[in-house]
Structure formats: C-alpha cells, structure tokens
Design a protein around this ligand. Structure first.
Ligand code: SF4
Length: 387
C-alpha cells in the first residue's frame, strides 16, 4: 500500500465512487458492474507484493460485497467487438467498403488523437464501439428486455484501467440504447471507476482482499474467450482479430503459430507482421504511444491492412487508472508481469477465439441478428468527427 508520504495516497478520487454508492443505496436502481480485462491483473497490485496476480474471482467478489446487483465481464463485449470489427475489416478487404488500413478504435485517447491531429484518417478508424461502449448498449437493451428491467432503472458502471474512458462514455454519440427506447436522457454507460478507485473503495469498506473467496460473473454477459482477455495487452486486439478472421474465412480453427502469434507480442513500440489469410497477404502493425504512432504515420502506411494503436505503454495493462505497487511507478517489469498473467490465462482457456463464444452467439441469435446488420450498426457502431 502507498505510504502517507506518497503523493498518490493524497489524491482523493471520490466523486464517481460516491455517485455509484448512492445508486447502490437507491432501491429503485439496479446497478450493473462490468469489468475490463486489465483490471483483474492490476487490482492485486494495490494489496499484494507480487505484480500482475490474476485476481478475477476476488475482483468479482469485491464488487458483490460492495453491493452490485450484477457483475458482468467486458471480455464478453471484447469478443463482440472483435466480431464486429473483424467483419468490418473483412468487408473492407473483400469488397472495398472503406479505406485501408483499418485502425482500431477501442482506445478513446487514440480516437480523440486522430480526431484532433489526423482527421484525414477518421474514415480509417473502425466504426466499432469500444468493448465498454458495446457492453453498455447491450445491457440497456438486450439484457434489460431479457431480465424484465426498465432500462431507465439500470445503472451501468464500468471498472476500467483507463481514465480516458470517463470522457469516452460522455461522448454525445454514445446514447444509442436511449435513442432506441425513446429516452433521450439515458446514456449507454453511466459511470467509469478505475482499478485504483475500486481499490480505494475496498479499503474504505475494510474489505480484506486476501480473505475474499472467489466469485463468478453473472450470466449472460459474463463469459469471454481468451481472445477477449488479451485485449488488455498491446497486440492483444490484433491477435484476437487474426484468430477470428482466419476462422471466419477458412472455417478452420487457427493453427498454433497464429493462435499464439508471437510477432505482435511484447513491449516493442511498433511491431509489424504479415499473415496469409485465404491466399492473400495481410500486413499488420501494432503500435503503442502517440510518439510511436507519429513515427509509424510518418512512413508509408498504404501497404498495411490493419493497425492496432493503444496510447498507454504496453496497452491497457498500464493505463493511468491502474494502481501502483508500494508507490513505485509502473515500470516494464510490472507491465511484463501483468501481460504474462493475461497470456497464461488465455493459454489455460479452452475457449480462445471470439467467434466460438457461445454467449456472443446467443446474443446475435436472440437480438442482434447478424454482425454489421441493421441493429448491430445502430447499437454497436459509432461515428467520429474532426475536432
Ligand atoms: Fe485507456 Fe490507455 Fe487502454 Fe487507451 S491504452 S484504452 S488510454 S488504458
């Protein structure tokens, strides 16, 4: 834990926690938490001596102890994102429906950076919402209907490693669920609290992390694949997309060298690779940090088909909302520990491809219809503008 002398311990991160607490105390409200992939490898750093400890079960247990009505997993909607974003990529590749390369859009800081400094690339950004954007819209429409809950009573709270997500959920475009049900005052997501804020809240409530018994996510938005888990690492979105694209085009599961696609792993700022998909060479790049992005954009990008950009070093595992351990700034060794923890979980899982997620298939069957279909376009995709 940070000592009293640590500047971090002096920062008060209360406002959003207090609003969530108020919602939990309101009997009229149903409070639904969704946890981003990286939270489970960062939360333990606020309590333990070992960085990157896998803490999924304790994280869910802590949220239930704090009063959550439901705890869902953003790895579910990371899989949904990969289906929509992967289908969009295949559409651009096969039918020329949009410019290439396609850039990822799940990092709101990168999206804002493009809108501000490179608006000529806006059409290259995937229109797929980020995983939490898809999660909120799905909770307030599909889940609300299935559970028989008035969507206006649902309060969606995302626990993320990311401070930029607090601004993302307030983008005026991200109110599609409300538009669908005729509630113009309803946002898809109501609050974002960071991993650090969750740890602070747990300490205030005297929840002893080490003593928590593991708990499980609720269904039906509570199951993700290994591909959804590794979204938190630099290169994870790319690897997840390649797994999905290969299986979608060939009908076969990817071979081991594509399932564990080493060229896009690790802490190098710009990684480049080529993959053969259905007889066509696909050139990909994985970038983190805006300085690296500028270097990449300064070159010839016309040969690339798909580019992942995350602004934090190593991806979301070291987002600004992740806790420090013993007040020591997050360094590469800690990043590697968190990344290893995620890849180890992915390797342990039998479900490793977003396209195989049975809960995602169920949501398409019962609600969205098909990827890039009319309802999916309305609720799972968004637009950007020059700023
Ligand atoms: Fe947020 Fe950083 Fe992840 Fe971007 S890379 S979504 S800014 S935590």
């Amino acid at each position: 834990q940070c000592s009293a002398a640590c500047p971090e311990s002096a920062i008060t991160l209360r406002s959003e926690i207090d609003l969530v607490r108020t919602a939990i105390g309101d009997p009229e409200k149903v409070v639904v938490f969704s946890t981003s992939p990286s939270v489970r490898v960062g939360l333990g750093d606020a309590f333990l001596d070992k960085a990157g400890t896998w803490a999924e079960g304790k994280m869910v247990a802590a949220l239930k102890a704090l009063g959550a009505d439901y705890v869902f997993d953003v790895t579910f909607s990371a899989d949904l994102t990969i289906i929509e974003e992967g289908c969009e990529l295949l559409s651009r590749l096969l039918t020329g429906s949009g410019p290439l390369p396609q850039f990822t859009s799940c990092c709101p800081a990168w999206v804002k950076y493009v809108e501000t400094y490179h608006p000529q690339l806006i059409a290259n950004l995937s229109t797929a919402k980020s995983p939490i954007g898809m999660q909120g819209a799905t909770i307030k429409t599909y889940f609300a209907g299935k559970a028989g809950i008035d969507p206006a009573k649902l309060v969606t709270v995302n626990v993320t490693p990311c401070t930029a997500k607090k601004a993302e959920i307030r983008r005026s475009e991200l109110a599609d669920a409300g538009n669908l049900v005729g509630r113009s005052d309803m946002r898809d997501n109501d609050y974002v609290i960071t991993t650090k804020e969750l740890a602070q809240w747990m300490k205030e409530e005297h929840i002893v992390f080490e003593e928590l018994a593991d708990a499980e996510f609720d269904s039906i938005l509570g199951k993700g694949s290994g591909a959804g888990v590794i979204f938190g690492n630099t290169g994870g979105v790319m690897e997840a997309a390649l797994r999905m694209a290969f299986q979608s085009l060939t009908g076969q599961p990817p071979a081991n060298d594509l399932l564990d696609f080493e060229p896009v792993r690790g802490l190098t700022g710009v990684k480049k690779a080529a993959v053969e998909l259905a007889g066509k060479q696909i050139n990909v790049a994985v970038v983190y940090g805006t300085a690296n992005a500028e270097k990449f954009l300064a070159g010839d990008i016309s040969d690339y088909h798909f580019v992942e950009v995350m602004t934090c070093p190593g991806g979301c595992i070291s987002g600004a909302g992740q806790p420090q351990m013993h007040c020591v700034p997050v360094v590469d060794d800690i990043r590697r520990s968190r990344i290893s923890s995620m890849y180890a979980e992915d390797a342990r899982m039998s479900l490793r491809n977003s396209i195989d997620n049975p809960q995602v298939a169920q949501v398409y069957r019962e609600f969205y219809g098909e990827p890039l279909g009319p309802l999916a376009e309305k609720l799972l995709h968004t637009s950007y503008r020059s700023r």
